[in-house]
Design a protein around this ligand. Structure first.
Ligand SMILES: Nc1ncnc2c1ncn2[C@@H]1O[C@H](COP(=O)(O)OP(=O)(O)O)[C@@H](O)[C@H]1O
Ligand SMILES: [Mg+2]
Length: 239
């Protein structure tokens, strides 16, 4: 072969592994009483496997709206959102909900645990939806609660736990199906400074152990400082 021969197709592709998330020119508007509100105007960014990205911006800047789209809970009005190589804007509801269940774990500011259910049962919820058999579910839920330091709280209900402990149960629940992506919307927003540090320690440690990507919305500079990268939302545009 001559040295001037064109490179084979594989060698001409972009180097490095493909990103887990690719958001290109994403928009989202809402229409309220006939008036259009452009919340997301142009969001473009990528997140690699195992990467931790913080999304910051003023209250009302569209952070939760963006996270809902990333979590396949909502559809963008325009642009593309590629998750693990799949263009999600072309998927129907069935495949979207499968991808969400298998690929994405959620942590919310207000924990959203089921009251009157034990920590073990709460961590098991996504596995019930995923058809994991009971014994396997129990074992895995116990292991996850032990991993976040709640091995002594397996049978406690949410009202018997502190806010920080409830959020650790929610983190264990988010990890239960080994998602490639964890989305956290102000996960420390309802916690005091000490509990916030513990939650961030565990979120980042568990994500690293499992090579999961993390996208965390926060207004806490201490949380943002711990991310690999910060994406700022200003007037509906990422920068
Ligand atoms: N379903 C909806 N219908 C109408 N407006 C919405 C809807 N969801 C969000 N918004 C508006 O979009 C803007 C951004 O909201 P949000 O994404 O919750 O901001 P953030 O999380 O950054 O505080 C707000 O003005 C909010 O009122
Ligand atoms: Mg929000």
């Amino acid at each position: 072969m001559s040295v001037d021969a064109p490179a084979p197709e594989a060698a001409r592709r972009r180097p490095g592994p493909a990103p887990l998330l690719e958001v290109e020119g994403m928009t989202r508007h809402f229409t309220v009483s006939g008036t259009r509100i452009d919340v997301l105007r142009d969001c473009t960014f990528r997140v690699g496997r195992g990467e931790v990205v913080a999304i910051v911006g003023q209250s009302g800047s569209g952070k939760s709206t963006l996270l809902n789209v990333l979590g396949l809970l909502d559809r963008p009005s325009g642009g593309t959102y590629t998750f693990d190589g799949v263009d999600t804007t072309r998927l129907g509801e069935g495949p979207r909900s499968r991808l969400r269940g298998e690929g994405i774990g959620f942590v919310f500011q207000q924990f959203h645990l089921l009251e009157r259910r034990t920590a073990l049962a709460n961590v098991g919820v996504p596995m019930v939806l995923g058809g994991v058999p009971l014994l396997r579910r129990r074992t895995r839920a116990r292991e996850l609660l032990e991993a976040v330091g709640l091995g002594h709280r397996l049978h406690s209900q949410p009202h018997q736990l502190s806010g920080g402990e409830q959020q650790r149960v929610a983190l264990a629940r988010a990890l239960s199906r080994e998602p490639a992506l964890i989305l956290a919307d102000e996960p420390t927003g309802a916690l005091d400074a000490a509990s916030s540090t513990v939650i961030m320690d565990q979120l980042l440690e568990q994500a690293r152990i499992r090579d999961a990507a993390v996208v965390v919305v926060t207004h806490d500079p201490k949380v943002a400082a711990r991310a690999d990268r910060v994406v700022e939302l200003v007037e509906g545009r990422t920068r």
